[in-house]
Design a protein around this ligand. Structure first.
Ligand SMILES: [Zn+2]
Length: 400
């Protein structure tokens, strides 16, 4: 029997951080095939934590176990609600991506029953949220601060910025600069921002586009003492959902446990909608950091696909391009032909921008979108059909 065993460890101090860790063992029968430490570093003023609580580790490693077809054994405490939800979460992935994931059993040392519901709702309801400084995250905090979410509006008590996801955990200067900008942004709304750094992506090599939902929730779990709900900013809107995808309104709630409810927030809005609404908060809009490059710590490269696409999200409404994205459309017009679309999700975003632009007078960048999409489609056909055929022809792969 092959098992992925999770053993929570007592906290220790590392470089001024409080390290909460879990030993991750691959067992084949009684033989230990590998052992790694999955760690999450929190600042000393982070909320208290019971090290027997294994929920973040289980959430962080579920996709890895499903990918490797290993049963999970958890040497700690998990709520029954989380176990029930993860069964359904696993069923989603085994159904939508059966070549990559299979259902696995989960054995837990201590299962906690759900608490009896408390009388009366907290007023106003509170939440924590992940905050990267990007458009989705900035829109999320603005939407809740300004009451745009209707009855779903939450008072966000604190946000968490993570080192180890889009910013590698050894890129200290990049993270510190991004954290400083983000802190200033959230301070203006009276929100506190906590950092967290983790080696999760080094331990779990499942493709990031399918892993980021569980990874974010695993990190937010460490702050659940602050509020009973965690908000995850939406990626694709309801009318352009990409399935399967690591974070979506279809599955994010299935990462809820008895002690932390997960809410996927904002899926009624496209990225361009979010830009339009965020423009009502110029201070926040001017400080967004959307770029995954590290050449310009704390800000944006202004040349990559995501930077240019976010400029377009504002420009399509004839709104000013935020200062952190260059301040005007000149760079977008100059660089639009250099864009290379690399995923279905990116193509869907540009297609939505094309539709939003309508058929009236267009800027130069809008006139180039159709060519970007054609190039993407042709490359997709080449990779799916022609390249395997050419490789077989060249004798590099056996003919089946
Ligand atoms: Zn960029």
């Amino acid at each position: 029997m092959t098992v992925l065993e999770l053993r929570p460890q007592p906290a220790c101090d590392v470089d001024g951080w409080t390290r909460r860790a879990c030993e991750v063992l691959r067992l084949d029968g009684d033989t230990v095939q590998s052992s790694h430490s999955l760690w999450f570093d929190l600042p000393p003023d982070a909320p208290a934590w019971d090290h027997a609580d294994a929920e973040p580790y289980l959430i962080a490693c579920l996709m890895l176990a499903m990918h490797e077809g290993r049963s999970l054994r958890v040497r700690g405490r998990v709520s029954r609600m989380l176990l029930e939800n993860l069964e359904e979460y696993a069923a989603f992935w085994a159904t939508t991506a059966p070549a990559r994931y299979q259902r696995v059993t989960v054995e837990v040392d201590e299962v906690v029953q759900p608490l009896a519901p408390t009388t009366g709702a907290t007023q106003p309801p509170t939440a924590i949220a992940a905050f990267s400084g990007g458009l989705d995250a900035s829109f999320l905090v603005w939407r809740h601060h300004s009451g745009l979410a209707g009855l779903r509006t939450r008072q966000i008590q604190a946000a968490v910025m993570i080192s180890g996801f889009d910013i590698p955990c050894d890129s200290v200067a990049h993270f510190d600069a991004s954290l400083a900008v983000a802190r200033g942004t959230l301070q203006s709304l009276g929100m506190r921002l906590y950092p967290l750094r983790t080696n999760l992506r080094q331990i779990n090599k499942v493709p990031w586009e399918q892993l980021h939902g569980t990874s974010l929730v695993a990190c937010l779990q460490f702050y659940k003492a602050i509020a009973p709900t965690a908000l995850l900013g939406s990626c694709e809107p309801y009318d352009h959902l990409v399935t399967p995808w690591g974070s979506s309104p279809v599955i994010d709630h299935l990462l809820s446990s008895a002690s932390l409810r997960i809410v996927h927030d904002g899926a009624e809005h496209s990225r361009s909608d979010k830009a339009r609404l965020l423009a009502e908060w110029p201070f926040g809009a001017d400080r967004i950091r959307v770029c995954w490059g590290d050449a310009h710590p704390g800000t944006n490269c202004l040349t990559c696909e995501k930077c240019l696409r976010t400029m377009a999200n504002f420009a399509v409404h004839r709104l000013p391009v935020p200062a952190s994205l260059g301040g005007d459309v000149a760079r977008l017009n100059q660089r639009i032909r250099t864009v290379r679309l690399r995923s279905t999700a990116q193509a869907a975003e540009w297609r939505a921008l094309l539709q939003l632009g309508g058929s009236g007078a267009r800027d130069r960048w809008q006139g180039c979108i159709t060519a970007l999409l054609w190039r993407y489609e042709l490359r997709a056909v080449f990779h799916a059909r022609l390249r395997p055929w050419l490789r077989r022809l060249a004798g590099r792969a056996p003919v089946r």
